[in-house]
Design a protein. Structure first.
Lengths: 462, 462
């Protein structure tokens, strides 16, 4: 360790002790004889005073310090003179009389002031993300995000869930959004796809008998980016066997109660209110209504939206599509349901809405192959096509699939709500712009001809 | 919940209770009048007996049951008759007298017996991975893997580390291994790369002032696959600021002690033995020696290999390369070191070796830009090239980079050692073959012409 203490921990009880601190020069006040600097590390700020009589060389060096220099200071903890005490910070009663100074690294003048006052273009902030991330609000956001992961996992583990990793290099299944593709070098002309979600794998793990799966998973969709979309985003992904939707509600409510308490210190009441899709559409003209009466005063309001339609008529294609994905079961979960007109069949699907944002979505899946075939028939997927697109899952279902269902939570959106952030880019460490660009690394970028040749691909001339 | 109990929890104290179990038919013995089945779920096995007098219909249905059918059985817990008690399993004293049976899903005859006796070709096991994963040894491996994640994260959190996610879609930096590329649709002709490791991002996070970073991270390398390599693999990735190598050793030893205790229940002694690279090469002719004296009796032996050379002469290219990556600092960490002949300069780098396997590797990084320039000069990287390859990190270093260092642990290899697995494929849920193929999903696979057109690429004619 290059230090004895952090910049947030020294207080009145340490007066008289020797201390070595490391950190960034946060501010400097040169009073000629005395030079004051505030050193900053992730835990706080500590005032250091350089006196020429204590160490003339250090005092001289301190005169050269500029903002964001990285320094190591040794000295003795003393009480600040009356009238200079700062009660706004925990270290505000003490200061360090510097006996030694090492400049660990100088810094050029940053392209913008490192504070939360705004006014800096986002493109510039993202280019210098390493400086942007020094801002107090972003430091706070990412420490909270880490606590959120931990609270989520602790809760899932306490409920007997098994954490899995599913592959990032997987098969393209053109469904819903567009896939990102990865050309294979060993099998030229063939491609991996990045997963839009671990949906098929988590259902496979139910067929494998693990019963309770979870993963904090990266998901990828190559869509045109709207305001609050990212090409890669993070979900808490969950699946359970031998359960019904009430088990998912109970698990989710316990999870939310736990994570809100652990991250924000707030107690939230459970169970959550439930509203049917029809009621939401009728009363709020939205399938994710914000039911807070006084939005300013109510920090978090949770709502289940249930009883979604199973099918949705696609006017363009003149056919029925699934409202969710094609593995969603009807409610009640019986073949009898299909005797009804299609627009009257309800889905065993549910969304969790917080303050008008859809935060989680899930369903009880079909595990009966006759019902699955019926669904494919109704939405016009021929058996050849079904085999091509979902073959391995349908095959797996032939060998004893348990009844199962699940849910997935959007962690980026949840974090944006928990931190009151305007954009999910404030809760993602290295986000992309709306054009899918990372201004810091310059990704995506041209690659060498040799790399393409090895992959057996070439660029289209434009 | 479709059940009241799991198949592993009923015992003598439950005799007389009603119970509902769900699970897979593990085995069936038809004694004509009485039919016995063992139901299996992830928690264990429970014997169920069908008697025609209790429920003639259920008894008849039970006659149709076959291996791996999924069932729901209701009945009363009773004591097994003397002489049929099985003391090898926790539920071996009881059985359920079935009053009701629901076949939740039938199963075709599996292509292989679901047990650990071996003899099934790996390609077949991977094709039917959902059945393979039902084997007791694999069930055990993945529950252990989940416990390992949890133990690792709990330890890192307890030491004040912040968990981050770094991007999967990032910039190609042709260094070391070959990158997997992802064509960009929004910027045609440009490519993202999947990260070979989060190395540059974790150093950026140190520049951002987070001080203690960790992530259980997916890493990607498009190499020709050798016996125990996978195109995607998992690391516990760690970086710290204001520290020296002793802090990394101490953290690692605490981490290993904790995870071995939590997963295997074994106490391991710390600190670990250290051996210089020269000594390892001289006495074992290996930079990852297995120092166990009696390999059969000693389950785990930990060794630090230290004092690696900083440079390695590349005979083919007639130049000096880095032994580790170009951000590794010399030891001692001073510009003075470069007055020595290059082959005598040691690196501030360290490997952790368990039973002769390299499990972790790390170094104290360069944070001084003059030293970084000196290194680039010595290994023949021109400043233009350095800018192209590592530009954003070098740029970040201009704005106050703290001294920092880190380490990364190979979780797949660690799991293989902890579970005594011959192959890392037994500890990865959905691994690829040596040809980079997933026999279950058939990835990689051809994609539609339209997908390529949208990406602005085409296949080379062969």
């Amino acid at each position: 360790m290059l230090r004895t203490h952090t910049c947030g921990e020294l207080s009145e009880k340490d007066i008289g002790k020797k201390a070595v601190l490391c950190g960034w020069v946060h501010s400097r006040r040169d009073h000629g004889k005395l030079i004051f600097i505030d050193i900053r590390d992730r835990e706080g700020l500590t005032q250091v005073v350089f006196h020429p009589k204590v160490n003339a060389e250090a005092h001289k060096q301190a005169g050269e310090l500029r903002s964001e220099y990285v320094v190591r200071v040794s000295g003795t903890v003393g009480k600040r003179p009356e009238g200079t005490i700062n009660n706004n910070i925990p270290t505000g009663v003490i200061e360090i009389a510097a006996e030694d100074l090492i400049i660990l690294n100088p810094s050029e003048t940053p392209p913008f002031e490192i504070n939360d006052e705004g006014g800096v273009q986002e493109e510039v902030r993202l280019k210098y993300r390493y400086l942007d991330l020094r801002r107090p609000s972003l430091q706070k956001n990412f420490r909270l995000r880490s606590r959120l992961y931990s609270a989520m996992r602790n809760y899932m583990n306490s409920q007997g869930f098994i954490e899995f990793e599913t592959p990032i290099l997987t098969k393209s299944t053109p469904e819903g959004a567009r896939d990102f593709l990865v050309p294979s070098r060993l099998a030229q002309g063939e491609f991996y796809a990045l997963p839009q979600s671990p949906q098929l794998f988590k259902q496979i793990l139910m067929v494998s008998g693990f019963e309770k799966y979870y993963q904090i998973a990266k998901c990828f969709r190559d869509e045109d980016l709207r305001a609050d979309r990212q090409p890669e985003f993070t979900q808490l992904d969950v699946e359970m066997s031998f359960i019904d939707e009430e088990d998912i509600f109970k698990l989710t409510e316990g999870l939310m109660k736990h994570i809100v308490k652990e991250t924000l210190g707030i107690d939230i009441p459970t169970p959550f209110k439930r509203m049917s899709y029809d009621e939401a559409m009728k009363n709020y003209n939205s399938d994710k209504p914000d039911i807070r009466k006084d939005k300013a005063k109510e920090p978090l309001s949770f709502l289940w939206v249930v009883d979604f339609p199973l099918f949705r008529y696609n006017d363009e294609e003149k056919r029925w599509d699934m409202e969710h994905h094609p593995f969603t079961s009807p409610r009640p979960n019986s073949l009898e349901e299909f005797k009804k007109p299609l627009d009257q069949i309800r889905a065993n699907a549910y969304d969790l809405v917080i303050n008008g944002s859809e935060i989680a979505s899930g369903s009880i899946r079909i595990h009966d192959s006759r019902m699955q075939e019926k669904i494919f028939e109704l939405i016009g997927i021929k058996s050849e096509e079904a085999k091509e697109r979902f073959g391995f899952l349908l095959e797996a279902f032939r060998f004893g699939a348990p009844p199962h269902g699940g849910i997935a939570f959007g962690i980026d959106r949840l974090m944006a709500i928990f931190t009151n952030s305007e954009s999910i880019r404030d809760v993602i460490a290295f986000p992309k712009t709306q054009k899918g660009i990372c201004p810091m690394t310059d990704a995506p970028s041209p690659v060498a001809e040799k790399q393409l040749r090895e992959l057996g691909i070439k660029l289209n001339k434009r």
